[in-house]
Design a protein around this ligand. Structure first.
Ligand code: GSH
Length: 127
C-alpha cells in the first residue's frame, strides 16, 4: 500500500484530503506543489497530473484529481480505517454526497470569488 498526495497547505481541497488521511493516520507521502511558483502548471507536474492543480492522489495504480473523488475513493479503499466517514448505507451516503456537491457547486465558487476579489458578497443557503 503506497499513497502519495500532491498538495499545498493553503489549498482547501488539499486540506480536506489531508484531514481525512490524518483521521486514522493512514501512511502517505506528502509532496508540496508550490502554487505560488506556478508548479501546478509546470511541464514536470503536468506529466504527473495532466489536469494540473492540487490535490492529486496516487495509490497503487490509481491516479486521481478532484478532492471529492479522492475523499470518496479513500473511504472505499480503506473501509476499516475510515469506517463510517462516508456513511454506512445509501441513506447516509446520500446526505454526505449532498454536502459534497453543495460545497463544490455553491460554497467554494462564491467563497473563492470573495477571497480573490473581495466583492460580490455571497448569499449562501445551506441545503
Ligand atoms: N475542484 C478541485 C479544485 C482544485 C483546485 O482548484 N486547486 C487549486 C488550489 S485550491 C489549484 O491547484 N490551483 C493551481 C492551478 O490550478 O494552477 C478539487 O476539489 O480538487
Amino acid at each position: 500500500m503506497s499513497i502519495t498526495l500532491y498538495y499545498h497547505p493553503f489549498s482547501q481541497p488539499s486540506r480536506s484530503v489531508l484531514a481525512l488521511l490524518n483521521i486514522d493516520q493512514l501512511k502517505f507521502e506528502g509532496k508540496v506543489v508550490d502554487l505560488f511558483k506556478g508548479e501546478a502548471r509546470s511541464p514536470e507536474y503536468l506529466k504527473i497530473n495532466p489536469f494540473g492543480g492540487v490535490p492529486f492522489l496516487i495509490h497503487n495504480d490509481i491516479h486521481l484529481s478532484e478532492s471529492n473523488a479522492i475523499l470518496q475513493y479513500l473511504c472505499d479503499a480503506f473501509p476499516v480505517e475510515l469506517r463510517g466517514f462516508y456513511g454506512n448505507n445509501s441513506d447516509e451516503r446520500a446526505q454526505v454526497n449532498q454536502l459534497l456537491s453543495w460545497y463544490q457547486s455553491t460554497f467554494d465558487p462564491l467563497f473563492s470569488n470573495l477571497l480573490v476579489c473581495g466583492c460580490n458578497q455571497p448569499k449562501i443557503q445551506s441545503p
